[in-house]
Design a protein around this ligand. Structure first.
Ligand code: SAM
Length: 260
């Protein structure tokens, strides 16, 4: 399996994952203002999922293009944009072999999608492809999980709950420590949704999904090896005032790259 089965349920994903969308979009806008080309209007969302960032940013006037491996996610994002109505472009695509065309002021790849690039070669090739899609001085914002303690490598569990109307979505993010391969630095993680609708509860198991562990210093070296971006900053939260450092309680590392 290369993609979690929960992504076949975009409405539940959209409910479960919307809690931080506003802060994440404000962070994108703050990065554009602080580091980006001006004016910056054309954005590319890599692994756009249910389109939660695209919809919010398109409402602000940005021209947003999204791609995702899951046809169900793409169909949902398009339908949400049509209902608004918002002018966005969304297509099925694979971040390992992007087919999307165009020129963008910034691209972003949020909520761990980047860790579906499993090898150094895939990461370097992806960075070079994205750099070609960006205008001079264009930004690439990447957000993924990193362990903040050694014993948490491939061994974290996170859970939260969101509700919309009668629907409650409980999200469980699990890492399976018995699948860690220290040579390839991969392990399997899994998303499980518990969905309560009225008096019905169903559990949707995503199934084990191979993901890559990318440590901070290694990421820096991979960016250097790709030779197309400079790493401007890393943040410990979606907040330009919070650097990624030992004081961060966050389990996320958010990197700001700019084309050379
Ligand atoms: C955790 S979700 C993140 C979605 C969105 N970026 C967000 O922040 O809500 C991961 C998304 O990556 C997509 N995905 C997984 N592998 C992919 C690949 N190789 N290429 C493109 N999208 C992929 C999944 O279908 C899913 O929508």
């Amino acid at each position: 399996m290369t993609n979690s089965a929960v992504y076949r349920h975009p409405r539940y994903y959209a409910i479960g994952y919307r809690w931080n969308t506003e802060a994440e979009c404000r962070f994108i806008e703050a990065c554009l203002k602080a580091y980006g080309p001006s004016p910056a209007t054309r954005l590319l969302d890599l692994g756009c999922g249910s389109g939660r960032h695209m919809t919010r940013l398109a409402k602000q006037g940005y021209h947003v293009t999204g791609v995702d491996l899951s046809p169900e996610m793409v169909a949902y994002a398009l339908e949400e944009a049509r209902k608004a109505p918002l002018d966005v472009s969304v297509s099925v695509d694979d971040i390992r072999h992007l087919k999307v065309q165009g020129s963008y002021d910034a691209a972003f790849c949020f909520m761990d999608t980047f860790r579906f690039l499993l090898t150094n070669e895939e990461i370097i090739a992806h960075l070079r492809t994205v750099a070609h899609l960006l205008a001079p001085g264009g930004l690439y914002l990447i957000d993924f999980w990193v362990p903040n303690q050694w014993e948490k490598i491939g061994n974290e569990v996170h859970q939260w709950e969101q509700a919309e109307g009668e629907t409650i979505v409980r999200v469980f993010y699990l890492q399976h420590p018995n699948t860690i391969d220290p040579i390839t630095q991969t392990f399997e993680d899994e998303l499980v949704f518990q969905v309560v609708e009225g008096d019905q509860t169903q559990e949707i198991r995503g199934g084990p999904t191979p993901t890559r562990l990318i440590m901070p210093q290694e990421f820096r070296a991979l960016v250097d090896a790709a030779g197309v971006f400079e790493l401007l900053a890393t943040h410990g939260d979606f907040d330009l005032t919070r650097p990624f450092d030992g004081t961060s309680l966050s389990w996320r590392m958010i990197s700001v790259l700019r084309t050379r």
